[in-house]
Write a protein that binds this ligand. Structure first.
Ligand code: FES
Length: 577
């Protein structure tokens, strides 16, 4: 049935001692001789975990994938990967994204797999799996777990994270009781799935779909919707075809044009700032140069059309009912490379050609966008020589050009200790500066960027302030928040030199971020600056600190960039002790 040799035959097709061992031990699971008849072996890489609530339903999704694999004549073998649960994992899942990518890459290489179906969901699980598959370059198709159903509290629709921050702000301002907050807690997260705003998980699912690594329409199907399982079954069937044909492999799909397409889609949907880091890291795996400037360039000519929180009004469920990502991609086709290949063997344009928009308030037509330009902007200036990112679509328009005096917090603990201290001189014109929150400084570059507005200002009705850090921000957050400042403060970037009272000028239309301090004075501060001791001296943390790249380079490890494609003879050598 196959059109080219299968890697798995080097394990299961051998008539020698190794072949005996490989088959015999797999038979211990109850499989009969039929599974060794030359059919493709499909790995179902599952990031299921009860500690990753967003992925807790992926065992069921895996069953649907396996059903598809069996029905198409393949042999599915499900295996666990490490899983990164955004909410429970400390200090941040970003510390472990590269570890998960390594896990996925090495399992794809080490096991007898002809193709893989990648099951992801929560924020970092999607880029980690894509990065691992890209480096191993095994034919792979992704199925994400889908967003939760809408939250609903007292007739009010609640979005994950986005409304959490809002309700918590109300509580701090004294307008909500603890009892009301507790009730809202249950009403916000009411089904399986990942955050159901256009946060990082929804964004990365949309990126995977635009890049061509999922079947069309995958990103927005709600987790509990039966069509999610149907799509999983179809992905399993398609993986068998890909294994038999030997492709397409990720290297054939993840081209420079595919990344441009993804950036366009990112801007059109008002996606998460985290996607900038993940796309740069993924591009690094396949040798595609992706400077931050490319994001800004494409942002300026891509309309922002998706009316979904945190940059809009609706939720992911509404996006699905409106037609989902294919509608956005179809509208964007004049700006995209429609000939880009995708995992189903068709081009991007072919996949979305029939998409219809069922709700033009959720997905605005290109001619009446929410904004003429994309949702993200890249900043440069003496405060961020390596660049910084701001989500314009989630910022306050009146703060996009702002000059104010810095109020500096030396680290996250300092921020939380003093933000509500009446002795700290802060008003609505202040610029909150947070240090030690980058890849090495925090460590792991947590989502601390949307620092809280002081309670006394919240009570006065101030909802937003300019905030600057080397941290990331949750894709569900909003506000005038400058992120990913590079180089970070922990390695002596200019952010480390900012002091209370310094004037900072943010000018988003001009794409600049300027510390208004004379270079001679900065030189004196630089000479006096000393780094803090490293967070780790051993283990994975040490590996991370020694090799993590800065935000503008995607925070990948320096030695993980590029590919080591699997080979037909990967099973060579001792396999059984
Ligand atoms: Fe998993 Fe938001 S916590 S996607």
């Amino acid at each position: 049935m196959t059109s080219q040799p299968l890697r798995s035959r080097n394990w299961f097709g051998r008539q020698d001692l190794d072949g005996f061992a490989h088959r015999s031990w797999v038979k211990s699971e109850g499989f009969s001789d039929h599974v060794f008849d030359g059919r493709p072996v499909i790995g179902v890489a599952n990031s299921w975990s009860e500690l990753t609530n967003c992925n807790a339903h992926l065992r069921q999704v895996a069953e649907a994938v396996k059903r598809g694999v069996w029905s198409a004549g393949g042999f599915p073998l499900e295996f666990p990967t490490i899983s990164l649960g955004e909410v429970l994992m400390k200090p941040t899942t970003m510390l472990f994204r590269n570890l998960m990518a390594m896990d996925v890459e090495e399992c794809l290489r080490a096991y007898p797999l002809d193709a893989a179906v990648l099951l992801s969901g929560c924020d970092k699980t999607t880029p980690a799996m894509l990065m691992g598959a890209a480096s191993a370059d095994v034919p792979a198709i992704m199925v994400t777990g889908g967003p939760m159903l809408r939250g609903n509290w007292r007739q009010e629709e609640l979005g994950s994270g986005t409304d959490l921050w809002r309700l918590w702000g109300e509580r701090r301002a004294g307008r909500l009781t603890d009892e009301e907050l507790c009730e809202a807690e249950s009403c916000m997260s009411r089904s399986a799935g990942h955050c159901m705003v256009m946060g990082t998980a929804s964004t990365m699912a949309s990126m995977a779909e635009t890049l061509g690594m999922t079947l069309p329409g995958n990103a927005a199907i709600p987790a509990p919707d039966s069509r999610r399982l149907q799509m999983a079954e179809l992905a399993g069937r398609r993986a068998v075809e890909m294994a038999s044909a030997g492709g397409p492999r990720p290297s054939a799909i993840l081209t420079a044009n595919a990344f441009d397409n993804a950036i366009r889609a990112l801007m059109a949907i008002g996606g998460s700032t985290n996607a900038v880091i993940h796309l740069v890291a993924l591009a690094g795996r396949v040798g595609v140069p992706l400077p931050l400037a490319r994001f800004d360039e494409l942002s300026r000519t891509t309309p922002f059309v998706l009316n979904v929180r945190p940059s809009g009004k609706y939720l992911m469920e509404d996006f699905f009912y409106a037609g989902g990502l294919p509608v956005v991609l179809r509208a964007l086709l004049p700006l995209l490379d429609g000939a880009a290949p995708t995992v189903n063997g068709r081009s991007l344009a072919d996949n979305v050609g029939d998409a219809r928009n069922w709700n033009e308030d959720v997905i605005r037509p290109l001619g009446v966008p929410l904004a003429a330009e994309g949702g993200l902007a890249i900043l440069h200036g003496n405060l961020c020589p390596g660049g910084a990112v701001i989500k314009v679509s989630a910022a306050s328009p009146q703060l996009l050009t702002h000059r104010g005096r810095a109020v500096v917090f030396e680290d996250h603990a300092d921020l939380h200790r003093r933000i509500d201290d009446p002795g700290v001189a802060i008003d609505e014109t202040s610029v909150l500066v947070l240090k030690q929150a980058g890849p090495k400084g925090a460590p792991g570059m947590p989502e601390w960027g949307a620092a809280p507005v002081p309670a006394r200002l919240l009570k006065k009705g101030v909802k937003d302030m300019v905030r600057i850090s080397d941290a990331r921000m949750s894709g569900t957050s909003y506000g005038t928040v400058v992120l990913h400042v590079a180089p970070e403060s922990a390695v002596g970037g200019p952010l480390a030199l900012v002091r209370d009272g310094d004037e900072i000028q943010l000018d988003v239309p001009r794409r600049t971020l300027t510390l208004e301090v004379a270079e001679a004075e900065l030189g004196r501060r630089r000479a006096a600056w000393t780094p803090r001791p490293p967070h780790f001296s051993r283990g994975y943390g040490r590996l991370f600190l020694d090799h993590v790249l800065q935000a503008d380079e995607g925070c990948d490890f320096d030695f993980l960039r590029g590919r080591t494609p699997v080979k037909y003879e990967d099973s060579a050598g001792p396999s059984h002790a």
